[in-house]
Design a protein around this ligand. Sequence first.
Ligand code: HEM
Length: 183
Amino acid sequence: MAELLRHPRVMKKLQNGVREIAGNKVEITEDDLNGMKYLKAVIKETLRLHPPFPLLFRMSTEDKKIKGYNIKANTQIIVNAWQIGRDPKSYNNPDNYEPERFLNSDVDYIGNHFEFIPFGAGRRRCPGIQFAAMVSEIALANLVFDWAVPGGLGVHDIDMTESTGVITQMKYPLKAVAIPYLG
Ligand code: HEM
């Protein structure tokens, strides 16, 4: 929601995409989600820039040499999924919020594309991927009203600082005011 408020162009495109399919329905349900390609791209782009679980933990089971480094068995390895999602070798303008990058791309978060691993990868990847994706999509599809930042502030005043910890959250919770959609 914070990125959408900061990027009114994306919010407008998302609203149009959702309304094209859902029309004036009061509540969007799972059946409506299928054709909402831009919505899915928005969720992916958000997970790329702000993976809620930014560090993945592993332990090596045997001695291995990887890219010239000798890794001993039982070494704790921390994979930085946050940094991987912002790698300029994988993404143009990696720090920009541009859901379009996922529109004509087969890159998905199911753990097969190692440049995008917000749910991890391999045997210990998140088993809740489908559920999490569906719930996020339904929640967001039902929230695409017009929004404003309260207190006379502009969208560029939203503080995107993230808290430290195992799970990433905004350090200063987003405050936003919904503006009713009158059709
Ligand atoms: C947007 C929402 C979610 C994100 C970003 C997320 C992300 C992750 C990540 C990154 C891992 C570690 C994967 C790895 O080490 O390779 C994980 C593990 C896990 N997640 Fe999720 N998750 C989400 C929602 C859910 C939901 C909804 C459920 C259950 C209904 C769930 C259940 C689990 C469980 C049980 C594990 C541990 C798997 C294991 O250690 O074998 N997650 N999740």
